[in-house]
Structure formats: structure tokens, C-alpha cells
Design a protein around this ligand. Structure first.
Ligand code: SF4
Length: 382
């Protein structure tokens, strides 16, 4: 199977999007953010390509504008707004990172390496593209990925970032002689003008490789079952497949069936009414419960019937504690695979002292007061 960081990320975000993109190979129109990102990346690649001199800032900005305007179909005012943001980003970057200060050894560097799944004895191809690779003055390397988004991750998130791990795996397989501790991995956030860097130990890299392989196994299994559910989220607004996605397509249908529309609308109205009534019921129950508590009443009466207080207990179990107390006993497996209600029954068959220990240390019991209603029977006509 051929995989890349972006395909793994797409699967994590939404399996249906992954299917459109990687299996059905359906082309989706690029969003304006994607066009903007591509134009910025292209301008940064141009900025570090010496021919024979490095381009000036205005040449870099012009390159960005050309690339962006070539693909964007936005109204003039919106396009101008994007151009302004891009220009500012590039100007700040250029000022802080004059290209002649860096020893760039590769740009938009493609890699394709084999990753072997020893459990299933299959080999997968891990492919990707690194924005920039620098050789630093101490002989080490720096892998840089540019980001145009606003959100700045924490150092901890960067240390676990899968994209950077994929890039380092690419470098490791391509240049096995390079010591992983001599490869600095950086994310450069252009809007915030911040660079966050990390390193990966050989153990962390092996862990990342295992994680990738287990994700690939899941994807392969789901491919066999053709199981790619859509996962609607805020990110759908940036998904080019929205008009054909089963979670959104109906919204885009021009001719909707009137009888189905009326059933949908009636359902929604009924659901709203039920929800409102449920809310009202909760608020009335709390008034009645409070009154009964203050007046120390167990039953109250209305015109249509009575309301009786009844107490119910619900137990929940701390699975770690249960495991600890029962470790070594032959019922541990059956206990840990049943649900909490069944667990309460099983516990009753245990020796008294274990029962006591479990109840004391691993069980939490909450008592609920339930109001039970009995309605007045209609009187038979005389
Ligand atoms: S629109 Fe949303 S739910 Fe549909 S494929 Fe795209 S990301 Fe998934």
C-alpha cells in the first residue's frame, strides 16, 4: 500500500474523505486556503533557489501573486485580502530569514521509502515531500515544514507530531548514515513568525513507525469491508467533496421530494417539542422533589393521580482497582469482560472478604431518587 502523512491524516479526519481521495481518486476543487498555501509554498521554494542570485523580496511577492491569481477564482476584493496577507507573511519571513544566511541542500524534496510490516510480512511505500532541508554549521541537518495556519501547537504536540516523524523516517531510509539525533525537525508558522523544533530518538522513531503500521492495518481492514463512514465536523467547510458527500449531498439537491421534506420537517418539529417537554418535565420534577424533601413527604397528590418517591442505587466500578484486587484469581477474565451491571451479580458469588474489599475500594454507588407516577383510573360510566 502507498501511504503518505497527508493520506493518514485524511483517514483520521474522515474515512469517507479518504475514500474519495485515495481509493476512488476523485478530484475535488481546491479550497481557497489550499490555493493560498500552495502559492506561499511555491514562493518560498523560489526564494531559496539561487539563479545565479537569490530573488529579491519583490520578486518573491510577485511570484506568490502570480501563482495565487492563476488558480483563485475569488471576487476581486477577497483575492486582494488574501494577497495582502500573503505579502505580509512573505515580507516578515524574508526579513527574518534572508536566503543567503542558510545552507539549503534541498527544496520540495520528494522521498519514497519502504516500510516493512513484519507481522504480516508485507511492505508498504511511505511517500512524502519535505519543504526544505538545511545543513547546519555543526554538520547536522534541519528539516523544515512551513505552516500557514493560525494555530500554534504546544512543544509537547510538536514532540509527538506524526508528520515530522514521517519526514525523519524518510530521511533515515534515504540517508541511513545520518545520526537521527543530528536531525532537527522544525515547523515554521508563517503567520505567527514562530519556529517550533524537536528531535526524535531512535526509540521514538521506532514507535512512530509502529503507529503508522497499525494505522495502515486498520485502513486495509476497512478497505476490505468497504467501511468508510463520513465524519462531519467543522473541517467539512474546507473539504472539496462536500457536495457529493453522503453527509451533505442532500443539502445541495435542487429538487427535493416534497413528501420526504414534509416528513423530515415534521420529525424535527416533533423532536423539538419532545425535547422542550423533557426540559419542562425535569424542571417540574425538581420543584416537586424539593417540596417533598422540605415537607418530608413520600407521596403527593394531584387532580389526575399521585407521585411516589422511590430510591434507586446504581453502582460503577473502578476497573483498575477490581483488576488489582482480583489479580491471580481465575475469575478475573470473566469479570473484566462483563458490563458493570453483570459485574455486580458476579461479585455476589465471591468469598465475603473479597466482596467487602471490592465494594469498599472499587465501587461507587450513587443513589437516585425517581418519581413514579400512577394515574387515576377513568371511572366507568354509571
Ligand atoms: S464533507 Fe466532511 S464528512 Fe464529507 S467527506 Fe468531507 S470531511 Fe468527510
Amino acid at each position: 500500500m502507498r501511504i503518505s502523512y497527508s493520506s493518514l491524516e485524511t483517514y483520521k479526519q474522515c474515512p469517507q474523505k479518504y475514500k474519495f481521495q485515495e481509493i476512488d481518486k476523485r478530484k475535488a476543487p481546491k479550497t481557497k486556503e489550499a490555493i493560498f498555501g500552495t502559492a506561499i509554498h511555491s514562493a518560498l521554494q523560489f526564494m531559496f533557489s539561487r539563479d545565479p542570485l537569490f530573488p529579491t523580496l519583490s520578486e518573491v511577492v510577485e511570484h506568490f501573486r502570480d501563482k495565487f491569481m492563476e488558480k483563485c477564482l475569488l471576487p476581486e476584493a477577497d483575492a486582494a485580502r488574501y494577497c495582502d496577507v500573503g505579502e505580509k507573511m512573505l515580507a516578515n519571513f524574508y526579513k527574518k530569514n534572508p536566503p543567503w544566511n542558510f545552507n539549503v541542500i534541498d527544496l520540495e524534496s520528494h522521498f519514497e521509502v519502504a516500510v516493512v510490516d513484519e507481522i504480516y510480512n508485507v511492505s508498504h511505500t511511505l511517500a512524502g515531500k519535505i519543504d526544505r532541508i538545511d545543513k547546519l554549521s555543526d554538520g547536522s541537518y534541519e528539516i523544515i515544514d512551513y505552516k500557514t495556519n493560525r494555530r500554534l501547537p504546544s512543544q509537547n504536540d510538536t514532540d509527538k507530531n506524526q508528520q515530522l516523524a514521517v519526514y525523519q523516517l524518510g530521511i533515515k531510509k534515504r540517508w541511513p548514515h545520518v545520526d537521527p539525533s543530528k536531525v532537527k525537525l522544525s515547523l515554521y508558522f508563517l503567520r505567527a513568525e514562530e519556529k517550533i523544533s524537536t528531535f526524535r530518538s531512535p526509540e521514538a522513531l521506532a514507535h512512530a513507525e509502529n503507529e503508522i503500521l497499525s494505522q495502515v492495518r486498520i485502513i486495509e481492514e476497512k478497505t476490505q469491508e468497504n467501511d468508510f463512514p463520513p465524519v462531519p465536523s467543522a473541517l467539512c467547510d474546507w473539504c472539496g467533496y462536500k457536495p457529493i458527500c453522503p453527509a451533505w449531498r442532500h443539502l445541495y439537491e435542487k429538487e427535493k421530494k416534497p413528501e420526504i421534506q414534509s416528513a423530515i420537517n415534521e420529525f424535527l418539529e416533533l423532536k423539538r417539542e419532545i425535547d422542550e417537554r423533557k426540559k419542562k418535565l425535569i424542571s417540574l420534577a425538581s420543584i416537586v422533589r424539593e417540596y417533598m424533601q422540605i415537607e418530608k413527604l413520600e407521596r403527593v397528590f394531584g387532580d389526575m393521580g399521585s407521585i411516589l418517591q422511590s430510591r434507586q442505587e446504581r453502582a460503577s466500578w473502578d476497573s483498575e482497582k477490581v483488576r488489582e484486587i482480583l489479580s491471580g484469581s481465575n475469575i478475573l477474565d470473566s469479570v473484566m469482560t462483563v458490563d458493570p451491571q453483570k459485574l455486580s451479580f458476579i461479585v455476589r458469588s465471591l468469598p465475603d472478604e473479597i466482596q467487602e474489599k471490592l465494594k469498599k475500594e472499587a465501587r461507587t454507588v450513587k443513589t437516585f431518587v425517581v418519581l413514579k407516577v400512577s394515574r387515576k383510573k377513568e371511572k366507568a360510566p354509571e
